[in-house]
Design a protein around this ligand. Structure first.
Ligand code: ADP
Length: 291
C-alpha cells in the first residue's frame, strides 16, 4: 500500500479525534463487520464477482476493510507493508505453486478442524462428589450386580437420590458385570442414573480389563440411546473392587475416546468426577496422555 494513502487515512482519523475509539479491539470488530458485508455480497455473486451492479458495493466495503486495517496496524505499531510481505513469504512456503490445492486446502483444513471440534466431546477429569454434579444429563453409579445399593459411591448416590431410586432398582432384576441399566435420578441434580457393576479385581487374569471396558461402552451406549449428551462417571471398580487405578484410568479414557470417535456428534461431555487426590491425578494424566 502506498505510504501516501496510509498517511491520508491516519490524518483523516486524527483530524476527527477518532483515535479515542480506534483501540485494537474495536478495530478488529470493525474489520470483521466489513468482511461480513463483503461475504454477503459475494454470496449472491459467487459466479461473477465483477458484475457491475455489485462492483460499487464491493469497492466501498473493500475500502472500509483496508481503512480499518491501516488503523489497526497503526494502533498496534505494525508496518503494514512489512507484515504483508512477511505473510506472503510464509504462505508461499506453506502452499507451494506446484502443489495443486493452495489456499483451498487451507480452507478445507479449517473446516475439518471445526467439524472435528463439534463432533468430539470434551473429555476431562474433575475433582468432586458425583452426587453434587449438576451440569450433566446423567451420572454413572459404580453399582453391584444386585443393583440394590451398597457402600462407596453407590451408597452416596442412593442416599442423595432418595428411596424412590431403590424402588425403581428393585424392578430391574439386577445387572451383569460389564453391562448397564438406566433409571431416573429422583432428588439428584441430573436426569438419569446409569448403573453398571464393575469387575472385582482378582489379579487381572479373569477378564477384568475387558469387563471394565465393557462397563464404559454399555453406559455410553445407553447414554446415546437416551439422548444423554453429558455424562459423569466415578472411577468404576477402583474402590472396594480394587482395580489398579492407573490401568482403570487408561481403560476408561481409551474406551470413551474410541466410543466418541465411533459416534461422532453424539456426546458433548464425558467426565470423571473423582473423590481423592491420587485418583484425580491419575485420571488427569490419562486424559492428557490420550488427548
Ligand atoms: P467399586 O465397588 O466399583 O470399586 P467404590 O464406590 O468402592 O466402587 O469406589 C469407586 C470410586 O468412587 C473410588 O475412587 C471412590 O473413592 C469413589 N467415590 C466414593 N464416593 C464418591 C462420590 N460421592 N463421588 C465420586 N466418587 C466417589
Amino acid at each position: 500500500m502506498k505510504q501516501e494513502t496510509i498517511d491520508q487515512v491516519l490524518k483523516f482519523r486524527d483530524d476527527r479525534n477518532w483515535r479515542q475509539f480506534h483501540n485494537p479491539k474495536d478495530l478488529a470488530i470493525s474489520i470483521s463487520l466489513e468482511a461480513s458485508e463483503l461475504l454477503e455480497i459475494f454470496q449472491w455473486s459467487a459466479e461473477d464477482v465483477r458484475c457491475e451492479d455489485k462492483m460499487d458495493r464491493i469497492r466501498e466495503e473493500l475500502a472500509d476493510v483496508l481503512n480499518y486495517c491501516i488503523l489497526m496496524a497503526d494502533a498496534c505499531g505494525l508496518d503494514l507493508d512489512e507484515i504483508i510481505q512477511e505473510k506472503v513469504r510464509k504462505n508461499a512456503e506453506k502452499y507451494p505453486v506446484d502443489q495443486a490445492f493452495g489456499s483451498k486446502e487451507k480452507y478445507t483444513e479449517l473446516k475439518a478442524a471445526k467439524r472435528k471440534e463439534k463432533e468430539t466431546p470434551v473429555i476431562r477429569a474433575v475433582r468432586g462428589d458425583i452426587t453434587k454434579i449438576n451440569d450433566v444429563d446423567a451420572i454413572v453409579n459404580a453399582a453391584n450386580t444386585t443393583l440394590l445399593g451398597g457402600g462407596g459411591v453407590d451408597g452416596a448416590i442412593h442416599r442423595a437420590a432418595g428411596p424412590d431410586l431403590l424402588k425403581e432398582c428393585r424392578t430391574l432384576g439386577g445387572c451383569e458385570t460389564g453391562k448397564a441399566k438406566i433409571t431416573g435420578a429422583y432428588n439428584l441434580p441430573c436426569r438419569y442414573v446409569i448403573h453398571t457393576p464393575g469387575p472385582i479385581w482378582r489379579g487381572g487374569r479373569q477378564g477384568e480389563r475387558e469387563l471394565l471396558a465393557s462397563c464404559y461402552r454399555s453406559c455410553l451406549e445407553l447414554a446415546v440411546e437416551n439422548g444423554i449428551r453429558k455424562i459423569a462417571f466415578p472411577s468404576i471398580s477402583t474402590g472396594v473392587y480394587h482395580f489398579p487405578v492407573k490401568e482403570a484410568a487408561d481403560i476408561a479414557v481409551q474406551t470413551a475416546r474410541r466410543f466418541a470417535a465411533e459416534h461422532p456428534g453424539s456426546l458433548d461431555l464425558v467426565e470423571w468426577v473423582l473423590f481423592d487426590d491420587h485418583t484425580m491425578q491419575v485420571y488427569t494424566e490419562a486424559v492428557n496422555a490420550s488427548d
